[in-house]
Design a protein around this ligand. Sequence first.
Ligand SMILES: [Zn+2]
Length: 398
Amino acid sequence: MSETVRYTYRLRPGRRAEAALLSEWGRCRWLWNEAVHQQKTGRKPTMCKLSKLLTEARGRNAWLRLGSQVAEQQTLRTYAAALDASFTVKGRGRPKAKKRKTSLPSLEYTTRGFRIKHGRLCLPGKVMVPVVWSRDLPSEPTSVRVYRDNLGHWYASFVVRRAAVAADEPAGAGIGVDWGVKTTAATTDPVFDLPHLGHRKRCAAERARAQRAMARRRRAKGLAPSKGYLDAKRRAARVEKRAARQNTHDARQWAKRVVDHHNLIAVEDFKPRFLAKTRMARKAADAAIGACKRELIYRGARAGRTVVLVPPAYTTMTCSQCGTRTKERLGLGLRVFECAECGYTADRDLNAARMILATAERGRASADDVRHTIASFRDGGWYAVRAGNPPDSSVGSR
Ligand SMILES: [Zn+2]
């Protein structure tokens, strides 16, 4: 069995290659916007209509014919997918026009459009881009996305098939994970707790300095931004990105450690958006709970562990020893849980983590409103499977 994954590498395009990539992006961006405008006039474009749009546009404009047809076609394909998602995915808006100044370049090539030769990525128009091969590709890539981030760095993200990691032999027992602000992930075993690291807070002063410089150097509307302003902007973005990368790194290391040592992983199905409206929003955003959760679920399922998503309802209010639910909600200031029924006391987060694990293990009778969902990773996608059914026999919704 194998899975489809993305392997991303840094690119080091020379001046000529970068200019070629940018003009390719200019053409693709024009096509995207053309498609957006057609949508506005009431016609709902299908892939067939979009292909016709491409043929017509290439027939009309000689400058469009200079570009790669593969990249242009893929742009429209991405547009069609975005439009489709806007109809089916809740909360997703219609694709918008891409502005020259604010949109970041992104080009997609299928096997027809790229080659890897002498360690370099060869794109249409004799564009050769050196790749930093930080690790080997597991297989021949089927497509590549070439993009630039807000710092001006170029990347190539290859789609490859990779042999699925064989499920290791059962390791250890179960673990319950409760997300929080004080401790990003409180678990039933304190050894595996993920403390709040506050990467963004640590460099907040540095970022604020850059942002003050931006404010000072900002020119009136309509004027081109000064070099100093752009420098400060880049500096602020760099600080932000560094913190984000530290968060990702820590989340991965932690998730790997948890997955390596546990067989059953009970995860609080926490919605990070919930905290975004509170006074802890900044601290919560810094902890990147959503990213941590995603990483843990992904790695757990990949290693063949049982990953159970437990809805967070009442987990902090229920005693993990006797299952009695307290009458009142436990205020966030209260750090210790005390059971009025059996006298059990524990750290609030530890009790919640134990409750989550207990719910996943036995399905406590008292927690009637707790629904189990087992997440399973198959064919490159996530499937939610109702508890009670073996993960492989039932078809869940994605
Ligand atoms: Zn109790």
